[in-house]
Design a protein around this ligand. Sequence first.
Ligand SMILES: [Zn+2]
Length: 333
Amino acid sequence: MTARRVHTWVALVTLIIGLPGVANAYIHLAIDRPSGPVAIRWTAPRVRWYANTTAVPGVTAAQFQSEVAQAFTTWETVPTASIAFEFAGFTSAIPFDDDDLSVFGFQSEPEMDRVLGATTFIVDTITGNIIESDVFFNSIFAWSTSVTGDPARFDLRSVATHEIGHFLGLGHSAIGETEMRPEGGRRVLGSGAVMFPISLGRGAVADRTLQPDDIAGVSDLYPDGDFRSETGVISGRVRMNGAGVNGAHVVAFNPQSGALIGTFSARDGTFRIGGLTPGPHGIRVEPLDDADVDSFLDPPGVNVNFQVTFHPRLIVAPVGGANASFDVAVQPK
Ligand SMILES: [Zn+2]
């Protein structure tokens, strides 16, 4: 059997989700194999990336390269993850070319008028190895590199940090709250992850900084030496009337630190949340209702018809291992 190269892509949107679908995601982007999902990831210890030379009003090519490089550094310096990047140079190659070069750059995509940026992949569908990943930033929007943010523009480094999460193989996090806007779309009330799929909006620079959910995600995919032995896993199953619930958002809350780390249940309702600080956690299970389901998961079979549920007891994440699996019972809406 030969490895097939396939394209898949994910996007960060301004206000509303309405996009060609994403890959199957749990926390990680994954390929659906008959034997189960295979997470996609880089295997090279040092990933090389290129910057396209296109400038836009307010951002020179040199500023673009510098902001993307700083966003890479943000991920590279996570102490519990082990992945490194190398700027390989400027190029006239554009994102989305199949050329084995991982290129970051501006492109004008007027028909994608809610999409700030997107990440594409070419992956080996047998192993899940990422062969190439390109990231484009939509130049129909106004961009800023201001340290404090420009209220009329989107912060380049924040969006780059989100897209590099995808570039690494992370899917969208559902840790965030939104409300419907009367004029359409959604407004983000609060987000607990850079990988939340809806932008915080113009002027916001908060997504330059990773949150616990982002850090757990990258560390689980590229664990550094002691990560697995020093953190804990909580695993269990979401059930309604005895049957497993597919696509439930499960969040572990650490009452000491306030950290929120989430995942989605698999088709049989099982879930596994890794990278937890050992100790007791509250468990909340909720349907995916802060954006269209397909911004997180492959929609078929995802169950959103149950009530938000707080598990009645705290669950302890043991040091270097997993708890005894438990059931979270949810009620129909
Ligand atoms: Zn995204």
